[in-house]
Design a protein around this ligand. Structure first.
Ligand SMILES: Nc1ncnc2c1ncn2[C@@H]1O[C@H](COP(=O)(O)OP(=O)(O)OP(=O)(O)O)[C@@H](O)[C@H]1O
Ligand SMILES: [Mg+2]
Length: 391
């Protein structure tokens, strides 16, 4: 078999040496790896300790029943299939085996060809089932994100106008009050101070709502911006500049820039992705309180010619539960007012929109690395156009 996927492992359980030899040969002929047990006790130990894809189990064993082993396999190894061997052509025992969850049965004596054919069919079926399950879960995830995107677009539309109206009116009242204060006697002016303070809080609140709506608009992808040839390093530098106030005192930024290819993407969106990731990294380092906090920005070109960026931090790291929900809109572990949980779902949308992907490596207490991979811009567009622009 070619490299890549591991070879399927087949557990053989039979008390007759000649049958074991025969089955072993057949398994090898299929290109699979045989695991052999001569009795129920041995088989039980293997089932509990070792992974296998399929088991061929004799129904009658001197120290136990093959059907009991079938039960054990179904409980311990739900991803493994079982084929039961029955001694006689007796349809009732075959039906019993199938009812108990075996995928197939074989009657002794059997020939190589039948065995090989049925064994391969069982292994293939399992492989396509797990591929299908993976595909279904990816589709369900994409579907959830896309319906949330549609909903977000509607919400943005409904909220944007009233929000603009509130902001404009708050600004107007603020200006009027300030002018009025100058004209009023000192005593009355002092009372207005409280009103101005309340207004400032109200304006801060609306500003926060405006930011959320802006994020949602990008998330819903209704807000198209110009796609151009951008350099990862220049965009990272721009994002660091904007992020500096929020990471100052928490982490130092180390740049390890390699020779990465340019990519085609919206410059502002790419900077937003980097900004979100750097701010998250700063927050993760900040909450450890460590004095050697660091955010490392690495760029490179992969063997396949893709442009790669890694943003690493030595912050809190993440539990598997957090990692699993990371890109869901509104998923946050931060306190109220600290995070909306939109940052990474926005990043995910922008990156996949540019044909790239985002992966994460993280362990609690071990920090986090986000790895972004983008297709490089076509070779002819990189140097030629850039030179063309300069000339
Ligand atoms: N570098 C990181 N280290 C540890 N945890 C992280 C890191 N980046 C993201 N997370 C976790 O993922 C969650 C979701 O991140 P996301 O950026 O989407 O939202 P947020 O930062 O909570 O809020 P927002 O970005 O909208 O202000 C965070 O609340 C945090 O638990
Ligand atoms: Mg964030």
């Amino acid at each position: 078999m070619g490299g890549g996927a591991p070879q399927p492992v087949v557990l053989i359980v039979d008390d007759e040496a000649s049958v074991r030899m025969f089955l072993r040969k057949a398994v090898l002929r299929c290109g699979f790896v045989p695991l052999i047990s001569a009795n129920a006790a041995e088989a039980e130990a293997t089932i509990r300790s070792t992974h296998f894809d399929c088991a061929i189990v004799d129904k009658n064993l001197p120290d136990g029943s093959g059907l009991e082993l079938l039960d054990l396999i179904r409980a311990q190894r739900p991803d493994s299939d079982v084929i039961i061997i029955t001694g006689y052509v007796n349809s009732q025992s075959a039906i019993d085996a199938l009812r108990l969850g075996a995928v197939d049965y074989l009657c002794k004596p059997f020939d190589f060809d039948t065995l090989e054919h049925r064994l391969k069919a069982v292994v293939e079926r399992r492989k396509s089932l797990s591929q299908q399950a993976r595909l279904e879960s990816m589709l369900a995830h994409a579907d959830r994100l896309s319906s949330l995107g549609t909903m977000a677009a509607g919400v943005v539309h409904e909220i944007n106008n009233p929000l603009a109206c509130v902001t404009a009116n708050l600004n107007f009242v603020d200006e009027e009050l300030r002018e009025l204060m100058v004209e009023l006697p000192a005593e009355s002016a002092a009372r207005l101070e409280g009103c101005l303070e309340a207004l400032r809080d109200a304006r801060e609140g609306t500003l926060r709502a405006v930011t959320i709506v802006k994020d949602l608009r990008i998330f819903s992808r209704r807000d198209e911006t110009e796609v151009e040839l951008v350099s990862l390093e220049a965009s990272l530098d721009a994002a660091v500049k904007v992020a500096t106030p929020s990471i100052k005192g928490k982490a130092v930024v180390e740049r390890r820039y390699g020779d990465s290819a340019s990519i085609r993407c919206s410059r502002t969106r790419l900077e937003q992705v980097f900004l979100n990731l750097i701010v998250n990294a700063g927050q993760a380092v900040g909450s450890t309180g460590r004095s050697d906090g660091a955010i490392t920005l690495t760029t490179s070109t992969s063997e396949a010619g893709e442009a790669v960026v890694e943003i690493s931090d030595n912050g809190t790291g993440m539990t598997p539960e957090v990692k699993a929900r990371l890109f869901e809109p509104f998923f946050t572990t931060k306190g109220e007012g600290e995070g909306t949980g939109l940052g990474l779902s926005v990043c995910h949308g922008i990156i996949t929109g540019a044909g790239g992907r985002i992966d994460v490596r993280s362990e609690p207490g071990q920090g986090t690395t986000f790895r972004l991979t983008f297709p490089a811009a076509p070779a002819e567009s990189t140097p030629a156009r850039m030179v063309g622009k300069v000339a």
